[in-house]
Design a protein around this ligand. Sequence first.
Ligand code: AMO
Length: 408
Amino acid sequence: MERILSSEVSAHVGARVRLAGWLHAKRDLGSVSFGILRDRAGLAQIVASSPLELQLETVFEVEADAVAAPQAPGGAELREPVFHVLSEPVATPPVELRRPKLKENLPFVLDHAAVALRHPRQRAAFEVAAASLTGFRAALDGLGFTEISTPKIVAAATESGANVFTLDFFGQTAYLAQSPQLYKQVMVGVFERVYETGHVFRAEPHDTTRHLAEYTSLDAELGFVADHLDVMRVVREVIASMVTSVRERAPRAVALLGVELPEVPAEIPSVHFADTGVDDVDLAPADERRLCEHHGELVFVTGYPMAKRPFYTHPEPERPQYSNSFDLLFRGLEIVTGGQRLHRYEDYVAALGGEIEPFAGYLAAFRHGMPPHGGFALGLERWVARLVGAENIRETTLFPRDRTRLAP
Ligand code: AMO
């Protein structure tokens, strides 16, 4: 008999069926006992006339009658079950998976991620993440971008020297990539339009709810732009496509978590840094929240002071203390950074203050002709956290890495 999924039981009412999964919960009422099977599609109720002698999280197959039952998940349940155990746990689960929401605190949940992630609500955030990735790729594939994969062991820091991890690379000093920035720019010289989804590393010294030491960076870079506004139009398309993909591909997670998907306007509102009322070179988290309260759940802030942006940033032609860069704020949090880049070799030599040695491979692209270009990067875990309303970015990271967390 072919295996069916928990979501398919109601379509087989009246038939004998076979399912497989984990024992998610059980309840013994004496004359009758209930078990909940969990598989990749959801939950199914099993009703038996004798107590279930299986431990929670036992992996099993079951053959049973599919019977209509309006009160059961999916409107049908399994009766007259015959169990076949595939794998027996050797310990009781560290978290109570049967609860609608885990009641354990976040550090405990993270310590026991291998099991805690099995909880339908914990898992749902990662269904949203997967659908978001599909939407990111779909938008950029549709716009003629080529997907690339670049090295994560690199010879030079790209974003700033301070928060880079150093490693011994066969006796030579190497770094973990803080972003694919320089490689994606080089690849504009090859494909004009590229994107990459990959891990990046930041030796982030602060313990905040928005910083990880390792996160998933969704990067894009495109040539032949007039300025950063062309890049922002691509960001808008990408965000809209990610929202559509979450709606279409992760409806169960959206419903379970009560996700309110944003309306992405045809043009996302935009504020220049000089008009934010901030008397500093960067926004504080409170400024980001205030700007969203004022302008909407999606807001571009453009023109960040050059003093705060990395060396590859293109200045604003009329006011060179500002830059042709932007951040996208979503529900009070920066989720995207991007901008126009320098594209002339001489400008890089000047920006690097003559320290061009570590960047020789990168600068080769500019020595041999590069178009005006720009790009952006979106932090996947931050995006999902804002979407699902998670307070802490660790809730939307499978196995977070931070100053105090290297395992699991
Ligand atoms: P930036 O350093 O601003 O820009 O990073 C881009 C986006 O990545 C996310 N992010 C983080 N997420 C989790 N933990 C962290 N420690 C962390 N740091 C950043 C944020 C942020 O908006 N090369 C440029 C991008 C570009 O201009 O194309 C860069 O990396 O969502």
